[in-house]
Design a protein around this ligand. Structure first.
Ligand code: CAO
Length: 241
């Protein structure tokens, strides 16, 4: 690689130099390695979450008094577990010339903090209910913002979900969290006109972006993985099939 350009920016205008946070130094080094070493490809798809969002809102109003809140992230994590079970190559890691298949389902999620991005892990997400996953994600996100996550909170992940849904965007190409094989990026759901065969109807559409390691999986498998997610998110009863 060429050396980083050395420029005296002060020659061009006023500047201020600030040290990078500890988190940014660590995550920056990891992200650079992952971006360079892994042959990334990103597939895009959309899921119709009209019914799922209505279900989530209904459950949240039922539980208003207890304060138990279901987040879209919890549904996404459960849907990803289902897709990882259906496509085990995504629940694996490269180890030299071997592919290590994991028989556990620890799902990481990107959490934004004032000092940078961290990726806490929800262990055994296959064995936890939606309320437990939502509560654990909220507790881990708070711990992250308070700068209190320890290495144990951030290790052992199989697959990562990066949700920008609370903020915006129509799509992005997330960098894989090595040694995982893939990462799901999610942006903001929007109501769009969808043709039902007779007329356009308003449906809530969630953009999905799956970055994957081309050394391990291919475009066909990635497209199938996204179709699986799309089906589960489109009709969450399918999770029990
Ligand atoms: N579409 C539309 N709205 C969405 C949505 C989606 N996909 N996902 C969440 N929302 C809405 C929710 O309905 C909620 O609104 P209300 O408060 O009115 O109910 C609001 O956004 C916040 O949602 P939430 O409390 O469920 O939080 P979240 O799941 O959006 O985010 C967390 C949690 C930890 C993922 C988030 O705080 C975060 O850190 N996101 C950034 C991740 C990141 O940095 N990714 C980039 C990595 S690459 O640099």
């Amino acid at each position: 690689l060429l050396p980083w350009p050395k420029v005296d920016f002060a020659k061009f205008g006023p500047v201020e130099s600030m040290p990078l946070s500890r988190i940014k130094k660590i995550s920056g080094a990891n992200l650079s390695r992952n971006a360079i070493v892994i042959p990334h490809v990103t597939n895009f798809d959309e899921a119709d979450i009209t019914d799922l969002e209505a279900f989530r809102i209904a459950l949240n109003s039922e539980n208003e008094k207890s304060g138990k809140k279901l987040t879209m992230l919890a549904f996404l994590i459960k849907a990803c577990v289902s897709a990882l079970k259906a496509f085990p190559e995504f629940n694996a890691s490269l180890d030299g010339e071997n592919l290590v298949y994991k028989r556990y389902f620890h799902i990481a999620f990107a959490a934004d903090t004032p000092n940078g991005l961290v990726v806490p892990v929800i262990r055994d997400a296959d064995r936890k209910g939606l309320h437990d996953i939502a509560a654990e994600a909220a507790a881990l996100a708070k711990k992250a913002r308070d700068g209190k996550l320890g290495p144990a909170d951030m290790s052992g992940g199989c697959f990562t979900v990066s949700s920008l849904g609370g903020i915006g965007g129509t799509g992005f190409t997330p960098i894989i969290n090595a040694p995982e094989v893939a990462i799901l990026g999610v942006t903001r759901a929007q109501t769009k006109p969808v043709w039902d065969g007779k007329q356009f109807v308003p449906r809530l559409i969630l953009p999905l972006c799956l970055s994957w390691d081309h050394r391990v999986v291919d475009g066909v498998l990635a497209a199938r993985f996204l179709v699986h997610l799309q089906r589960i998110l489109g009709d969450f009863r399918r999770i029990s099939l």
